[in-house]
Design a protein around this ligand. Structure first.
Ligand SMILES: [Zn+2]
Length: 186
């Protein structure tokens, strides 16, 4: 698995351009946009608790990297959460928040599909339960001897380029929107 910290950083960084959305900042405080996006990008790994707490079998749809890692489920979950948070707001505001959260959550299964270990990700639910990886798998997964805490939270060197790329993309998007708005105001 990619580390939880990496999932948070990538999700939060890619949400930075949303800070310039008047619709979204009217709905939520600015800081809450990247923080919520980062936290939601971590959510799929809650399925790790399934085996311990509920005895879910590795072959189950609800096992790690199963349903809760599927783009289909994450897009639906983002819609439900956006509907709750944006209730009473305009349809456009709801759509912006949905897009933001869904986009950041989708980075999770994509990053996991780039790892060189663990089980494949059920990317095709509800059409198939096949566990897939992407053809390019540069993110290194440590072996079982590494402590669970380190595996979950420490960013490994193979993940740094993805964190850096997300930060560059997010900050560039934020600055670009600022510049566009400045030009419009002239
Ligand atoms: Zn995961």
């Amino acid at each position: 698995m990619a580390s939880t910290t990496t999932h948070f950083i990538v999700g939060a960084a890619l949400a930075l351009p949303a800070l310039k959305s008047r619709r979204l900042t009217a709905l939520l405080p600015g800081w809450a946009l990247p923080i919520s996006a980062g936290l939601l990008a971590m959510v799929p790994d809650l399925d790790l608790a399934g085996r311990r707490l509920f005895g879910i079998r590795p072959s189950s749809l609800l096992s790690h990297r199963g349903l809760f890692h599927s783009p289909f489920f994450l897009i639906l979950l983002a819609a439900v959460l956006a509907l709750i948070v944006a209730r009473g707001a305009s349809r456009k505001t709801f759509a912006y928040l949905w897009l933001l959260w869904a986009g950041c959550m989708l980075t999770h299964p994509l990053l996991d599909a780039l790892t060189d270990g663990g089980r494949g990700v059920m990317l095709l639910i509800p059409f198939a339960r096949t566990r897939l990886y992407l053809p390019w798998r540069p993110i290194h997964t440590p072996d079982g001897s590494v402590r669970l805490f380190a595996r979950a939270f420490l960013i490994r060197s193979s993940e740094i380029p993805f964190c850096a790329a997300a930060i560059v993309a997010g900050v560039s998007g934020l600055l670009l929107r600022k510049r566009t708005q400045f030009k419009k105001s002239l």
